[in-house]
Design a protein around this ligand. Sequence first.
Ligand code: HEC
Ligand code: HEC
Length: 191
Amino acid sequence: MRNSFRAGALVALALVAAPALSASLNERLAPCLACHGEKGTSVMPEVPSLGGQPAPYMLVQLFAFREKQRLADPMNDLAQELTNDDLMVISEALAKLPPPVVSGKGADAAKIEKGRVAAQKHRCGFCHNPDMSGHDQIGRIAGQREDYLLKALREYKSGKRAGFDPAMLEVVRDMSDEDFVNVAHLLAHWN
Ligand code: HEC
Ligand code: HEC
């Protein structure tokens, strides 16, 4: 299923009539970026920054929102109208946003150190890249909003977020809520 979707997505990319779509692309992205941050850094509580996210990661997540495999307001409704071509074009465009700006404000050195130990133990960098920048269908987690990271980790653990790829369900199984708090703090202050 995942492979056929990827193949379909590649065909879609080849068929996209870029000039016709790009004329309205900025207009179409404006409402998205009003929430997610025009320059890739979100300032809205629990709304993820999209800057620096790999295009294939955003593509599968938008697909999962549309197919209601990932449930979250307001994304399920917003994704309803998007065709496969739209998903491709939008995720490619969003992937050009610069990585989120990390602020050192409120950084707690002890929490960061505990986060580092937990990240090492649970091998976050093995999948997300040592610099946590993500690749392919694995999201960027460096510099992400702390509240969103915490929400995502808790939702993998509770089962609310099944994951298009179930890898995270294994990862969070042996982690405590305190681990989540520390790791989210580390990643939000990543530099
Ligand atoms: C009203 C605010 C809002 C608007 C408008 C909005 N989003 Fe979102 N978006 C969210 C929230 C909140 C989440 C996180 C949902 C969750 O907690 O799982 C999200 C998640 C996402 C994700 C997944 C990010 C990740 O790290 O997994 C992508 C990709 C995304 N949105 C793209 C878009 C696109 C494209 C549009 C425009 C068509 C859009 N969003 C419009 C609020 C918004
Ligand atoms: C075995 C590979 C693997 C490991 C190890 C791993 N991840 Fe992930 N992670 C993934 C994949 C794949 C996804 C995308 C899952 C999905 O589709 O929801 C993901 C998604 C995430 C997300 C959601 C990102 C977003 O923007 O919504 C967070 C947060 C996250 N991982 C944090 C971590 C942390 C913290 C660790 C270490 C404690 C870790 N991951 C270890 C593979 C991994």
